[in-house]
Design a protein around this ligand. Structure first.
Ligand code: GGG
Length: 357
């Protein structure tokens, strides 16, 4: 059976790391005899917006809905298009219309990475952030009144539905149940955000009653971010709202050395629509075109895609290849964010060659 994958590189370093993601995927697909069929789309980028006045064509949903997965780079180039227009016009449309309500973001200290966490070794930091991905603080409900006058008012609502909250909590509890530590941490701010966050806490408590084997704790987001830096080894599965999950899943990998290696999966668990796999990092216009972007976040996202498509052994092989190349510490191969002098291509090629060797 062949898997049909839609490829959208987007903006900035997305266009540089996607080819390395594809190189690694092709290598592992050949080794495990997996048929992957890639189709590339040029929409979802700021250049497409400049040409067409929109980020996506009107029929994007029809064009993409029957693919088995979307392999996605990055979006945003604020000098060309304001960030809220590019993000809402593309990535957030995919997440919502394809009901990708889980954003799963692993945070793992990899071998060879010399991060700010002196003394810690691979295995000490190994947790997941489960981010709610379709509602919460990322709502487009609100508006402006008296715009441009001294009486200007701006309002944006946070939306929490019982369905939306319960389904992400259920996913997080189920994930924690599969892991040896069986621990779940909830990100909240129910002392300051006095309606939605106490509701979130109530739903966590209600869900926890069905999982007595899981140890549950909760932290307000302010001290939780501090604990990510000070005690990243405390965490196993961390579940948060859309905004809190977004912040935590940048901070976690940054603590382990570089956000450049962090992958993510935007999952529609029911399989009604394609899921989307992308690095956590954005388009990084400041380094775009220099050939130094770390491709590991994209390649590891490819591993998450293979796992989602049912190819666990191939996914594990890809992650092991990443680990082996990182462990080699070969400065000629590694990108500058992890202490090397290499390029996006040298690192991508080394990983692909490790798979085929
Ligand atoms: N590859 C991820 C990406 O392009 N991120 C841009 C961004 O700003 N994302 C915000 C979000 O994940 O909600």
């Amino acid at each position: 059976m062949s898997h049909r994958i839609a490829v959208i590189a987007g903006d900035g370093i997305g266009t540089e790391v996607i080819p390395e993601g594809l190189r690694a995927l092709k290598a592992v697909a050949e080794r495990f005899d997996i048929a992957l069929e890639f189709q590339t789309f040029d929409f979802g980028s700021c250049d497409y917006y400049l040409e067409h006045g929109k980020m996506l064509p009107d029929d994007w949903f029809e064009q993409l809905k029957d693919f088995d997965a979307l392999f996605y780079g990055a979006v945003g180039w604020p000098e060309k298009v304001p960030d809220h227009i590019s993000l809402w016009g593309s990535l957030l449309q995919f997440r919502r219309r394809f009901d990708q309500y889980i954003n799963l973001r692993p945070c793992k200290l990899m071998p060879g990475i010399k991060g700010p966490l002196a003394g810690r070794k691979p295995g000490d930091i190994d947790f997941y952030v489960v981010r709610e991905n379709t509602e919460g603080e990322y709502s487009s409900v609100g508006g402006k009144m008296f715009e441009g006058t001294e009486r200007e008012v701006v309002i944006q609502d946070t939306i929490m539905t019982r369905t939306g909250v319960d389904r992400v909590l259920k996913y997080a509890f189920e994930l924690a149940a599969t892991r040896p530590r069986k621990k779940l941490t909830s990100a909240t701010k129910s002392n300051g955000i006095s309606i939605t966050m106490p509701y979130w806490d109530e739903r966590v408590e209600a869900m926890a009653a069905g999982y007595p084997e899981i140890a549950v704790d909760k932290f307000h987001i302010d001290i939780l971010t501090a604990n990510f830096v000070l005690h990243p080894d405390w965490f196993d599965v961390v579940v948060g709202s859309n905004l809190f999950g977004d912040i935590l899943s940048d901070l976690g990998p940054a603590c382990t050395g570089t956000i450049g290696i962090a992958p993510s999966a935007n999952i529609n668990p029911e399989g009604n629509f394609p899921s989307l796999f992308e690095p956590v990092h954005g388009s990084a216009p400041d380094i775009a075109g220099k050939g130094i972007a770390n491709p590991i976040g994209q390649i590891w996202s490819g591993a998450m895609m293979l796992e989602h498509l049912g190819h666990q052994e191939a996914a594990d092989t890809l992650v092991k290849a990443i680990e082996a190349v990182l462990e080699s510490g070969d400065a000629q191969l590694l990108t500058p964010d992890i202490g090397g002098k290499g390029t996006t291509q040298s690192l991508g090629r080394a990983i692909a060659e490790h798979i085929t060797a």
